[in-house]
Design a protein around this ligand. Structure first.
Ligand SMILES: *[C@@H]1O[C@H](CO)[C@@H](O)[C@H](O)[C@H]1NC(C)=O
Ligand SMILES: *[C@@H]1O[C@H](CO)[C@@H](O)[C@H](O)[C@H]1NC(C)=O
Length: 539
């Protein structure tokens, strides 16, 4: 047995032992109450959505394979639904918390989410998925730590912080929703917040000389943000569940819905420093400011805010290409990430998804391949389960862009279980896009300007592209991703630009598993609504 084989054998033994110990994965219970309350993200009072009285909502910290049980009580006067951005919900799209999978929780009712953080690590967030509730809060950080038996590819940080950053509108979410319903655009946001505060009120405390992990998520509605810390560099270590090559950056672009982790070392003079999140590709540029405070600080933050990148798309594109998979680091399992050679698998199908902004029935809508999504009155999962006809049909969105205008449809594509596919996001509009796929993470094989063509494959990174669940598509550009459809379920493919998602730039992909690998059966406590009202999950 050669040296590398022996290493492999050792790894296998460790794995089996680890698997043996984890027969009893931990259970973590949470009770969350959702209420309206007054919040001040822009310094003026406005109605916000609180979870357990907090805005942003409580940080959800779990460990790989934990069983997470969250009983959510809705005390709003509207139906409410939470989703988990980037949590794969393996064989369990029932818990995904989007209108295609779940009934919203009616006012004064509750629903208990039960899911396992199966084989995942990393940085994510939860958010309200219906109406325009995301514009009022209701979001929070979600971190999955590695199990203690799994090493992480850097020294254990002295502490960990979460920075939820996002653009913000002072206008009430219900008014914003009426604007969209009537065909009016949201326009420029009013500002940017960091953990729910706009101007220097969120403080991150650090001890001199120590290194911290900062988890950052763009939880905003519309705008790409650049994140940076005065006088400090950031070492990127993780992106949406992948350990990355540990490049050092002065600033990082995070597009809507994206998450990452950086390490920061408190190696500067003991004072306070500005932390900035500023809008990208907008005029004017809006700023959110927080503080990094050394525990022995004797001076307030001073000097100009650290400047962001001055060049626009090219800078952002080349930074995106620099974010790569660390092939030797492991993620949720002991085997290195790079032992999965995605670049050697030939995709069985290419799906090209083109976004557009058609006017339908006199109103602004957004579409994918000409189809503007209409949410069903009955979750697609329940329609499937109870065989309720007329809610949706498979094949109601094509694999390629269609010419002509757009039309409304409850669009559902079918995906073949365990097939490896290529998805090309083609953006012929002059605004940046951000796409997310529930249930999976995908390899971001390539992105570039212009029209994608088969020749574009020559430029793909088939070696160490990062695997994540949300990718940007630059204006008049394409992004190509590769993924294995190994998770049975009904999965939402959506724009993370929230007005676009709300007005139709989304659809579902149904991946039916094989016997024994298929989805779990309907949860006993599933709420019923629409044409499933009055049905029972058990005889
Ligand atoms: C609502 O909460 C109660 C406990 O207070 C729980 O027994 C019940 O299962 C919850 N309902 C749903 C639909 O999860
Ligand atoms: C990749 O991960 C390994 C741990 O397996 C770590 O030692 C190494 O520094 C990382 N490499 C880079 C380039 O970040």
């Amino acid at each position: 047995m050669g040296f590398s084989q022996r290493i492999l054998a050792v790894i296998c033994v460790v794995w089996i032992t680890a698997a043996g110990v984890r027969t009893e994965d931990a259970y973590k219970y949470f009770t969350w109450t959702v209420t309206y309350g007054t919040i001040y993200p822009m310094g003026v009072p406005q109605q916000g959505i609180l979870i357990n009285g907090q805005f942003p909502g409580p940080q959800l910290n779990v460990v790989t394979n934990d069983n997470v049980i969250i009983n959510v009580f809705n005390y709003l006067n509207e139906p409410f639904l939470l989703s988990w951005n980037g949590i794969q919900q393996r064989r369990n799209s029932w818990q995904d918390g989007v209108l295609g999978t779940s009934c919203p929780i009616p006012p004064r009712r509750n629903f208990t989410y039960k899911f396992q953080a199966k084989d995942q690590i990393g940085t994510y967030f939860y958010f309200p998925s219906t109406l325009l509730h995301k514009a009022a809060g209701g979001f929070g950080g979600l971190a999955i730590a590695s199990r203690s038996v799994i090493s992480i590819p850097y020294p254990t940080p002295a502490g960990e912080y979460t920075a939820l950053i996002g653009d913000w509108y002072k206008t009430n979410h219900a008014v914003l929703r009426r604007w969209l319903d009537s065909g009016r655009a949201l326009g420029m946001p009013n500002g940017v917040h960091i953990n729910g505060r706009g101007k220097g009120l969120s403080t991150f405390k650090v001890d001199p000389g120590r290194t911290y992990r900062l988890r950052i998520s763009n939880v905003g509605l519309s705008t790409s943000l650049n994140f940076r810390i005065q006088g400090h560099k950031m070492k990127l270590v993780e992106v949406e569940g992948s350990h990355t090559v540990q490049n050092v950056y002065d600033s990082l672009d995070l597009h809507v819905g994206q998450s990452c982790s950086v390490l920061i070392t408190a190696d500067q003079a003991p004072k306070d420093y500005y932390i900035v999140a500023s809008t990208r590709f907008t005029n004017p540029v809006l700023y959110g400011v927080a503080l990094l405070r050394y525990s022995n600080s004797r001076q307030p933050a001073s000097g100009p805010l650290p400047p962001g990148p001055t060049t626009q798309i090219d800078w952002s594109l080349s930074q995106a290409r620099s974010i790569r998979w660390n092939l030797t680091a492991n993620a949720a399992r002991p085997n290195p990430q790079g032992s999965y050679h995605y670049g050697l698998i030939k995709p069985a199908r290419t799906i090209t998804l083109a976004n557009s902004a058609p006017i339908i029935n006199g109103k602004q809508r957004y579409a994918v391949n000409g189809v503007s999504f209409m949410p069903p009155d009955t979750p697609l999962k329940l329609a499937d389960y109870f065989k309720i006809q007329g809610v949706f049909n498979l094949g109601t969105i094509s694999d390629y862009p269609r010419g002509g205008g757009g039309y409304l449809q409850t669009a559902v594509m079918s995906g073949q279980f365990r097939s490896f596919i290529e998805i090309v996001f083609q953006n012929d509009e002059n605004t940046i896009q951000s796409w997310h796929i529930d249930g999976y993470s995908f390899f971001v094989a390539g992105m570039d300007g212009g029209q994608w063509s088969p020749a574009s494959r020559k430029g793909y990174n088939l070696f160490d592209a990062v695997s994540r669940s949300t990718t940007q598509v630059y204006p008049n550009s394409w992004t190509a991703v590769l993924l294995m459809l190994d998770n049975a379920g009904m999965w939402n493919v959506r724009s993370e630009i929230w007005a676009r998602q709300y007005l139709g730039q989304q659809f579902y992909m149904k991946v039916a598993g094989f016997a024994g690998q298929d989805e779990y059966i309907v949860p006993r406590n599933a709420l019923m609504c629409g044409r499933a009202r009055g049905r029972h999950t058990r005889p």
